[in-house]
Design a protein. Sequence first.
Length: 239
Amino acid sequence: MRAVAASRTQMPSLEFAGRNISTRQIEEKIWLAIAERRLCPGVQLKEGQLSGIFNVSRARIRQVLSALQRDGLVRIIPNRGAFVARPSTQEAQDVFGVRRMVEQRVVERVVEHASGADLERLRRHVGIEREAIDHAATTEIIRQSGGFHLLLAEITQSAFLTGAMRDLVTRSSLITAIYRKTDCRNCGPDEHESLVEAITRRDREKAMALMIHHLEHLEAELDLAVTPPASDDLRRALA
């Protein structure tokens, strides 16, 4: 469900005038602005402004907003518009609580069934995470961190666990992007590497303990008591 506004002629954006930009690139731009806290929870994403900023039709913007809503990044309210999602403290706690339960089962399955090729994929992924940190690529760091957990779920060959993790990782990625303390050192690759080592040794108990510690560490890095101030300046946020 979404509010549909009548189209109107927009002045071309200085940044995007004369350029072809894909729907995916627009999604990436908005995701990056959220991840870097330039677009804060509760900010309205106005179709008309976004259409002008990216020099595309409102129909394209509605596609983008619908895709972001499916990813849990945007909330579309009928007759009001689209807003950057604002996960509550309770929702954040619930998401990580459910992740602890689901990922224990994922780790159990991976320890039992991971092949040599699967383990090599996990090691390569940890390397990609380190590269993202080296390049200070904010969205890539968050996505690759979540991607590691999705890869673990994929290795279980369980459609149910993979689907559950896809939803949980998307929601926790948004929560992390919005609420993670800015002065935290990213220890994700180190903790993921230790987990892969335990899985390689088929040490089920150690792997499960490492996963629980990792998720508790991620949750401890959140500052849920502070709500970042909102800004309605979409052009500046998406520059």
